[in-house]
Design a protein around this ligand. Sequence first.
Ligand code: ZN
Ligand code: ZN
Length: 273
Amino acid sequence: MNSETTTDGAPRLTVFGCRAGMPEPGWPSSGYLVQLDGGAILLDCGPGVAPKAAAISDDLSAIFISHLHVDHCLDLLTLGKSLVHRRDGRPADLGARLPLYLPAGGTAIFRRFNGLFPLGTEGPGPHPTDRVFTDVFEVREYVPGEPVTVGTATVLPVPMRHRLPCCGFRVSSNGHTLAYSADTGLTPAFDPLAGDADLLLVEATLASPGMLDHGHLSASEAGQVAARHGVRRVILTHWADTDPAWLADQAERAAQHFPGRLELAVPDHTFHL
Ligand SMILES: [Zn+2]
Ligand SMILES: [Zn+2]
């Protein structure tokens, strides 16, 4: 992946992973890198995303987690431990910690998670890898509806409709807007999330509406949402199946409702806004 920052101010989106639920070989779970002027924001960090994020960690400005389903956050511990090792085991400079924005309650959960897997009992105190959510990440809990400034960008967390509390993110930078639905069913929240966005990265988990009551969209619903809210370009994601024929059918179902530019998320592909 080319991790250079943009030159014209337009963000770029690189898919690190886009599998719904647990990963498959070559298909990590959710993780999306938004590259901006002077930095990059990682949206979600599911299983398989950590090595890709660690490889470009010098460019990372912040991480945002949509919700606490494991396919969106389980690799945070792996990533944090990877970043400790990249510093040769030295404790991170506290001034250089990586901002990590979690849903409410996430801080205590991840610190406990980290504590369940200590390196060992020898030595004078906790090893740096046992203090990832204190020393490596600067952990904050975002408030739904309250925008967060990251460099040149503004990230607005928007509460969506899902089985657990879940926020999509509207990322605005240099006059460009990218919206990420995270996991959601149909909801009026698409208006503040995606209204008039340049690009909507939207889940299309289901083959047909109402197959599951977890709060997910079918591909046709994803297409309808995009058309209704005036977005200019759509990328479908959060695949329940990675068979090429199934994916092609999802694109076709969405395209019946959205006449604009519509593409499919694929690991390691970069989309230029
Ligand atoms: Zn998910
Ligand atoms: Zn979920």
